[in-house]
Design a protein. Structure first.
Length: 191
């Protein structure tokens, strides 16, 4: 039996490569780890391969396609979620192809799996009059109403995500002219 090299490469990928070389955020690493937890569940339940027996040579194009189909059909995931899981797999296999070139042919087949096309979602937006109605809702006579009004105005004026608003610190806000709010978004990108 071939040595179980997959655990070594996965541990190195999640524990060293992503945080060290790629400087990935903890959220990205957690998302990628979730993908591999699901892959391990799939391999154990559907393919009858225990995690400690999983090797890179078992991770074939067909197995990955089966995993992606399983995510959609059995776990009822959306196409978007399936494609997000594929991003984690792409990243892992790009890393592994440099570390274990003896698996290059099969890895290239996996890296050529296309993202699945799904329906484009149209992002709804509020018209000017709808926004005016929304801003009139908080009772600005009360402290909580004024707070709610400020939150709505900041979200509208800055196009901030809710998480960006939650993460705001006093140092990120300058009220003096010109007023500026510094948002820190996904991947610690500042805008």
């Amino acid at each position: 039996m071939k040595k179980a090299d997959f655990p070594y490469y996965l541990t190195s990928f999640l524990g060293k490569y992503l945080p060290g070389q790629k400087n990935s955020s903890p959220n990205t690493i957690e998302s990628y780890a979730t993908t591999f937890k699901l892959l391990l569940v799939y391999c154990e339940n559907e393919k009858k391969v225990k995690p400690e027996r999983l090797t890179l040579s078992l991770l074939t194009h067909d197995l990955i396609i089966g995993f992606l189909d399983w995510i959609e059909k059995e776990r009822k995931s959306t196409i978007s979620t399936r494609n997000q899981r594929m991003v984690a797999l792409y990243s892992f296999f790009r890393y592994v192809q440099k570390e274990a070139p003896e698996n290059l042919y099969e890895i290239q087949k996996i890296l050529n799996i296309p993202n699945k096309k799904g329906p484009k979602t149209i992002v709804p937006f509020l018209t000017g009059s709808e926004m005016k109605i929304l801003l009139e809702q908080p009772n600005t006579e009360t402290n909580m109403g004024r707070r709610d009004f400020v939150i709505l105005v900041i979200l509208y004026d800055t196009a901030a995500r809710v998480q960006e608003l939650i993460d705001l610190k006093n140092k990120d806000i300058r009220i003096s002219n010109p007023s500026v709010i510094t948002l820190t978004g996904k991947g610690n990108k500042t805008r």
